[in-house]
Design a protein around this ligand. Structure first.
Ligand code: NAD
Ligand code: LMR
Length: 338
């Protein structure tokens, strides 16, 4: 183990022992891909979360520096760093929640599916580790293409005999965060007061905002519906193009990931009424996976809500979304089965 990781770990061990005497209860969270564009701000924000008692930062590069840096924050969570495949099992053992932003991001001109070649294998390996070391953990998959990486994770867990559909959640929270922001702009409201359900999946036309179900209740012109649907579906591409080769959304994604992880932790704690959108194993449509609102509880996504009443525009969008999703799901499943 690199010396600075050893020192950091022994310091943390002392602090863990101190904490053990009068420690506040909290959850153990691992971030896989913690040194990346999303991973670093995500680690920062999770270190600030009072529900987290232990934070494990795993990556194949740069975790010693990120861990040393984050561990100086005077918040409660004890931080430990893990570097490279040989330390994956230690990073995962005992975790309650594992967040996966590991993998390559898009450059202009690419689709999320173009990332499959590299990211499918990364997600497979990481999920094999989860199945072995923390099979009961809640897993939040951020790595793209989410529409395929979540089915990959499910197949890995099925093979290992550990699959619990309630505990595997694809993170589509950024679509909701964007939808709330863009809708609030159009309505002249504070985005914190707006709630837009976004269902389907996490790529292009599979991202289906249900503008007829926005809270507070409101109405839009046909032009506003076209504008908002297009902007929400292409929010990721908007950032990829603005970053001009330097990656995709990282800061808004870290914000969204923490908002979602915090909801998962509050569910684990037993809080009631925690509802967020996520891409999960589902019977809401004929597809095996679909993003809808889910209620988060002590065992993960304990209830999956139906789509609710759709208007004609949304029914057409739903058919397009399902057509594309079916192929992406099948691609993920056959990556493991073949
Ligand atoms: P990045 O390249 O900045 O960081 C990725 C990190 O993953 C790097 O530190 C890299 O070393 C690490 N990594 C690579 N292989 C690994 C492995 N085998 N084990 C552990 N770590 C590994 O990329 P980023 O901007 O942080 O994006 C990460 C992923 O998140 C991309 O696939 C991107 O498309 C996706 N993403 C998803 C959403 C969403 O809404 N779900 C939003 C934004 C980005
Ligand atoms: C996003 O929606 O920002 C992410 O899926 C990253 C991307 O490639 O667009």
């Amino acid at each position: 183990q690199p010396p600075n990781l050893q020192i950091e770990e022994s310091r943390n061990l002392e602090r863990t022992n101190c904490r053990a005497k009068g420690a506040a209860p909290g959850f153990k969270v691992a971030i896989l891909g913690a040194a990346g564009g999303i991973g670093q701000p995500l680690a920062l924000l999770m270190k600030m979360n009072p529900l987290v008692s232990v934070l494990h930062l795993y990556d194949v590069v740069n975790t010693p520096g990120v861990t040393a840096d984050i561990s100086h924050m005077d918040t409660g969570a004890v931080v430990r760093g893990f570097l490279g495949q040989a330390q994956l099992e230690d990073a995962l053992t005992g975790m309650d929640l594992v967040i996966i932003p590991a993998g390559v991001p898009r450059k202009p001109g690419m689709t999320r599916d173009d990332l499959f070649k590299i990211n499918a294998g990364i997600v497979k390996t990481l999920c094999e580790g989860i199945a072995k070391c923390c099979p009961k953990a809640i897993v939040n998959v951020i790595s793209n293409p989410v529409n395929s990486t979540v089915p990959i994770a499910a197949e890995v867990f099925k093979r290992a005999g550990t699959f619990d559909p309630k505990r595997l959640l694809g993170v589509t929270m950024l679509d909701v965060v964007r939808a709330n922001t863009f809708v609030a702009e159009v309505l002249g409201l504070d985005p914190r007061d707006v709630d837009v359900p976004v269902v389907g999946g996490h790529a292009g036309v599979t991202i289906l905002p249900l503008l007829s179900q926005v809270k507070p209740p409101c109405s839009f012109t046909a032009q506003e519906i076209d504008y908002l649907t297009d902007r929400i579906q292409n929010g990721g591409t908007e950032v990829v193009e603005a970053k001009a080769g330097a990656g995709s959304a990282t800061l808004s994604m870290a914000y969204a990931a923490v908002k979602f992880a915090d909801a998962c932790l509050r569910g684990l704690r037993g809080d009631s009424g925690i509802v967020q959108c996520a891409f999960v194993a589902s019977q809401v449509t004929e597809l095996p996976f679909f993003a809808t609102k889910v209620r988060l509880g002590r065992t993960g996504a304990e209830e999956i809500y139906p789509l609710g009443p759709l208007n004609e525009y949304e029914r057409v969008g739903l058919e397009k979304a399902k057509n594309e999703l079916a192929g992406s799901i099948e691609k993920g499943v056959s990556f493991i089965r073949k």
